[in-house]
Design a binder for this molecule. Structure first.
Ligand SMILES: *Cc1c(COP(=O)(O)O)cnc(C)c1O
Length: 406
């Protein structure tokens, strides 16, 4: 343990068994995600809200509760400290007086996957991985490729052939080896698992290694800083693998342990696509586990995660927080994308727009109140989905030359 990081060990999220954090780990022997555990007393001594002003303006400002043992071990492209924007016009249209957008599209590689990959690639390099591999619906691949390049590691990306073109291009431009798969991220994951051991790839799949969640957890610390040391009443989060949801929930526990907050928590509201909603289905059925969603039909890549490895942890966070879940159709997402863009000028991705569509329904059924402070996550920039947007504007000929110059 160093003064820079208070990381102590890893804990199996199923059995509670502990493991040293000084080597590369994937799932625990019980087949469950491993979670990073810190010396919270040590962290509390230096990680105080008042002491943050002078720190670097990225997610590594919270380094005591991140895994890298020193500043030198950090692989960074300037991730985190994204704006928390008031959204009064969008909110008014939804009947919400205090709506905020946490705009994660401002991250390197245009999505919040940068946070997770900064932490995971830092640790992979530190612990001796030479090559990494990632199954991705789109954005995780771009981030993995960029951070691997930054770290001098080789990256192997497996992406569905029908993922947005920009997502594939950015991997290629960052020097990664990209394989397109006729299937979903689930099938990509199976290929990485099959081929990885023989190829010497370290598998950076969501929750198959412990540190992507650690990077994403910094979103919770930022909300607290940006809301003047308070938390919102509700967080609305487009959920694929559930990393952000579980990570922020973990962060709130740590924030309580280091004295930043009491036992209060925002309600965690998970949003999925109607065509792939394993968590919504499990929640509505009162189950603790989410089964595989056969034949996902949503076109929205970030929400096309038919199997949630951290299903139990996601469902716990939603239930314990008094939250809920909602599924929205693709069409509502594409409409809400334009609604949010026109109302606030924020380039909202379809996944982020799912939150807008869900909030309309949630407001109608009384799951959120008009005067509550609500933060919705825009998890990527709309620009990464440019090829999916219908651009239907008139095309005209230029003016005749004499008019143009005269
Ligand atoms: C990956 C992704 C999600 C889902 O994130 P999780 O934290 O794994 O649930 C949502 N939106 C976008 C744009 C994504 O890339």
């Amino acid at each position: 343990m160093s003064g820079y990081s208070a990381l102590m060990e890893l804990e199996c999220s199923k059995t509670g068994e502990r493991f040293p954090a000084d080597s590369l780990h994937n799932l625990s022997p019980a087949g469950a995600p491993l979670l990073a555990r810190y010396d919270l007393e040590a962290a509390a001594r230096t990680l105080r809200p008042g002491a943050l002003a002078d720190r670097r303006a990225d997610m590594w400002r919270y380094h005591e509760l991140l895994p890298a043992p020193s500043a030198e071990a950090v692989v960074s492209l300037g991730e985190g400290m994204t704006p928390l924007l008031e959204a009064p016009r969008l909110g008014a249209g939804l009947g919400l007086g205090r709506l905020y957008i946490k705009d994660e599209g401002k991250n390197p590689t245009g999505s919040f996957k940068a946070r997770g990959m900064s932490a995971a690639v830092s640790m992979a390099r530190l612990l001796g991985a030479g090559k990494i591999a990632v199954p991705t619906a789109g954005n995780a691949g771009g981030a993995a490729a960029a951070y691997a390049a930054r770290a001098g590691l080789e990256a192997h990306i497996f992406v569905p052939a029908d993922a947005p073109a920009v997502h594939k291009a950015e991997c290629v431009l960052a020097g990664a080896k990209v394989t397109e798969v006729r299937g979903t991220i689930y099938h990509c994951g199976a290929l990485v698992a099959r081929r990885g051991p023989g190829e010497g790839w370290f598998d950076l799949s969501t929750f198959k290694e412990p540190y992507r969640a650690e990077g994403k957890k910094t979103m919770a610390f930022e909300l607290f800083e940006q809301l003047n040391e308070e938390l919102p009443d509700a967080i609305v989060y487009p959920t694929g693998g559930g990393t952000g949801l579980v990570a922020m929930w973990k962060a709130f526990g740590e924030m309580e342990a280091i004295g930043w907050i009491g036992s209060e928590r925002p309600r965690m509201i998970s949003v999925q696509a109607e065509g792939c909603a394993p968590l919504v289905r499990a929640l509505e059925a009162g189950r603790d586990e989410a089964t595989l969603w056969e034949n996902p039909t949503t076109r929205v890549s970030g929400l096309r995660a038919p199997k949630v490895l951290a299903d139990t942890l996601c469902l716990e966070a939603i239930r314990e927080s008094g939250g809920t879940a909602a599924a929205v159709p693709d069409e509502a997402m594409f409409e809400a994308q334009r609604e949010a863009g026109a109302a606030e000028g924020v380039p909202v991705c379809p996944e982020g727009a799912a939150c807008v569509a869900a909030l309309r329904t949630l407001r109608e059924r009384g799951a959120v109140d008009a005067d509550e402070r609500i933060v919705m996550f825009n998890t990527a920039t709309a620009l990464k989905y440019a090829d999916m947007a219908a651009v239907d504007c008139p095309i005209v000929d230029p003016l005749p030359e004499q008019e143009e110059t005269g």
